[in-house]
Design a protein around this ligand. Structure first.
Ligand code: MOS
Length: 738
């Protein structure tokens, strides 16, 4: 059978999506559905004194208004180790304290969405207001020095950075780089349809972690996990949002319980700016010290990062400076500054995207100071082993990325002097940067059912967030089973299926593909056992270890007459199917002898009209080293998305808060700018496509996050090359270039 892993199989869910048949959470409509709308605090700090419901309660269609006084106490335990503190850790509705503008204070349930929305506008909340702070500088007295973030050491040191600075002839770059709040804006907002049947709860929830949502709801409502069923066959984008504990899902379930009706709760676009987290604001101070030859002798990467007043959420941006270049003396201090804004969370390459903006811009500044080519500077400081862990890399081909990218982009024609390249009246700039992201594998399980009709059903509680999960896992299972893809059905997005990790940290493909391969092995072994023990089987009496499975049959290698089809053996045994489940355990970083890491190189061209200095990205070349590519087409789409998001980070994205009210003011897709097609020139993507067997059987690391890493720096470096202006605070809007 021809293998399909590695080929550009078209997205299997594509037709469903373009014909509107793919059903998203908010599209599930149980009978007697009621609609919930959240009332949010208008102040950013203080407490709720009283809520006047009189007018709202009389409004047509209102079924229930839920608030502190009538809401049953839920367990709402402190977050567990895994998701702490990347999600809302406050008891919202049950607590009169207000920590940020937009916090839930009441939920109105009505017969229609419009009725709920109208009644919500009639709820009168009176507050005791206290001064709020949304400025990092003013949060210094409350600063926190976190020790670690998901096992990543913060306040890290190696060597002696101060001593390195005293060497003579040193070249030093010392700069601050700032990134505003960025809010992930998937097209599909957070949405939940909750339905109770006695003590059993069914949720259609837009989540990139069905099992996590199941755990959260079972904890909060004090019911067993088995009584919570979370279904999510499609996620309309997440980018780091839509996992962990967010209150709208809990409030929808609570509303359904209190009204004894199925309840739908869909966040508005504006609510998306205070609900499912955001990329926190950071200011990163970079100090690079290098000898006159360009070799790094010291790197200090200090991160000052905003969080909420209720959660110590960290994005360890300094991580890139620990490992990307060979350097003996490194420090990555990290400081958290609590603000009266909603809790931040992960957003695509949470640490590496901001961290690489600072490091890769500083490297460009160093190259300019040294009058050295930026690619040459990186090759000179290439880390041949992991300088942090002291381990070898499992499969690092970053050198190839630089060399291939340089060639594909035509970098040799670059004239180094800023402002020296023109296209008519337009300034042309060429910049580059490095990408990196760890290759992780988390515990995942899958089940396989071989049916007598020669088809297979494969299930895992993983997610289709646009990543191509349906497609690549069908490919994986088809190859492992030696069946054509048409005979394999892969199902996901259901907490009843064997467990899978969240669609985050670029772990899904690397983790779930391994589970599928193990499950195939397990079901084939069972088939072989049946075929060698069934007395009517032509393989009866043979050793199980001697027979093989393939093309829907069990056979003795080298003896084609001795074979039996799955159908024949299942029929003979009177079984409708054979099934097996297997788990592929998580890889433990501390016991691994290698460092598994993905890399890449970005090359970017910008053109800028000097009279109206709006930056246009005209060309982008990315070469990515992600291990084996299971599907070039869906992987390329991931890369296009990541690079586009990096361009948005560089030029457009920023959530602006009103200092007076503490509320986000550009909380809509008209004012919160993201790139549209017209903003994006050609993006060319290349993969080294070299398998990394240290991570799994197929040799595939993740693809989702590495493409955004360094992309913003490549744009900023191109802008410098075009204009001679260094813009170190994102986004690079025209006013900053005037
Ligand atoms: Mo990624 S934003 O850590 O899921």
């Amino acid at each position: 059978m021809d293998k399909v892993v590695g080929s550009s199989v078209r997205r299997l869910d594509g037709p469903l999506k373009v014909t509107g048949q793919a059903r998203y959470a908010a599209e599930f409509r149980p009978d007697h559905l009621a609609h919930a709308v959240i009332v949010q605090s208008t102040i950013a700090h203080g407490r709720v004194d009283a809520i006047d419901l009189a007018e709202a309660a009389k409004s047509p269609g209102v079924i229930e208004i839920i608030w502190r006084r009538n809401a049953p106490k839920l367990r709402y335990p402190k977050l567990g180790a895994y998701d702490s503190p990347s999600a809302e850790n406050i008891t919202s509705l049950w607590d009169s304290a207000i920590h940020y503008a937009g916090q839930a204070v009441a939920v109105v349930v009505a017969e229609t969405f419009e009725q709920a929305q109208h009644a919500a506008s009639l709820v009168k909340v009176s507050y005791h207001q206290e001064p709020h702070n949304i400025a990092m500088a003013e949060a210094e007295p409350a600063a926190i020095l976190p020790k670690q973030s998901n096992g990543e050491k913060l306040q890290y040191k190696r060597g002696d950075f101060s001593a390195a600075l005293t060497e003579s002839g040193l070249i030093k770059i010392e700069q601050a780089y700032s990134i505003p709040v960025e809010t992930h804006n998937p097209l599909e907002p957070g949405a939940t349809v909750a339905q109770w049947d006695g003590d059993e709860l069914t949720l259609h929830d837009s989540t990139r972690w069905v099992d996590g949502t199941q755990s959260t709801l079972s904890e909060v409502f004090g019911i067993s996990r088995d009584n919570v069923h979370v279904v999510c066959p499609f996620v309309g984008g997440a980018f780091g949002s839509k996992a962990f504990r967010w209150s709208h899902t809990i409030l929808a379930a609570l509303a359904a319980r209190m009204t004894r009706r199925p309840v739908k709760l869909v966040l508005t676009r504006a609510q998306m700016f205070t609900w499912l987290g955001h990329r926190p604001q950071t200011t990163q101070h970079l100090t690079l010290a290098a000898g006159p030859d360009g070799r790094l002798t010291g790197v200090r990467h200090e991160t000052r990062q905003a969080t909420s007043t209720t959660n110590e959420f960290t994005v360890p941006s300094g991580v890139v400076s620990k490992m990307l270049y060979e350097c003996r003396n490194v420090q990555t201090p990290h400081k958290l500054l609590p603000l009266n804004i909603a809790t931040p969370t992960y957003m695509r390459a949470p640490a590496e995207a901001p961290g690489s903006f600072a490091l890769e811009c500083a490297m460009d500044e160093l190259a300019a100071r040294l009058k050295m080519d930026p690619v040459e500077l990186r090759l000179l400081n290439y880390a041949y082993i992991d300088p942090e862990a002291g381990k070898i890399w499992s499969g690092k081909h970053l050198r190839d990325c630089y060399v291939i990218g340089r060639e594909k982009f035509g970098w040799q024609a670059r004239s180094p002097k800023p402002g020296s390249m023109k296209d008519g009246s337009l300034l042309v700039g060429w910049g580059m940067a490095t990408a990196t992201y760890p290759g992780h594998r988390k515990t995942a399980a899958a089940s396989i059912r071989l049916l007598s009709d020669g088809t297979a059903l494969v299930q895992a509680a993983t997610h289709e967030i646009g990543n191509g999960a349906y497609t690549v896992f069908t490919q994986t299972a088809a190859d492992a089973l030696d069946l054509p893809m048409e005979r394999v059905k892969f199902e996901l997005g259901d907490s009843d299926f064997p467990t899978a990790p969240p669609a985050g940290g670029s772990v899904s493909t690397a983790s779930v593909s391994e589970a599928i391969i193990k499950a195939v092995g397990a079901v084939q072994l069972k088939m072989a056992r049946l075929a060698t023990t069934d007395s009517k089987s032509p393989l009866s009496g043979l050793r199980t270890a001697d027979v093989r499975c393939g093309e829907g049959r069990i056979f003795l290698p080298g003896n084609l007459t001795q074979s039996v089809t799955y159908k024949e053996i299942l029929d003979s045994a009177g079984e409708p199917w054979m099934e097996a489940e297997a788990t592929a355990e998580e890889q433990d970083d501390t016991t691994k002898t290698v460092t598994i890491q993905s890399f890449g190189a970005h090359f970017c061209e910008v053109k800028i009209d000097p009279s109206l200095p709006e930056v246009r990205v005209t060309r982008f070349v990315s070469v990515l080293d992600v291990g084996r590519v299971l599907n070039p087409q869906t992987s390329r789409s991931q890369a296009l998305g990541g690079v586009t998001m990096g361009i948005g980070m560089a030029l457009h994205e920023q959530t602006i808060y009103d200092p007076v009210t503490g509320r986000p003011v550009n909380d809509n897709l008209a004012d919160y700018a993201i790139p549209v097609n017209a903003d994006i020139g050609g993006i060319e993507v290349f993969f080294t496509n070299l398998p990394d067997q240290s991570i799994n059987t197929l040799g595939c690391r993740g693809v989702g996050e590495v493409p955004i890493v360094g992309a913003a720096a490549a744009v900023a470096n191109a802008v410098y090359h075009a204009t001679g202006r260094r813009v170190r605070d994102l986004p690079i809007t025209p006013d900053k270039l005037l």
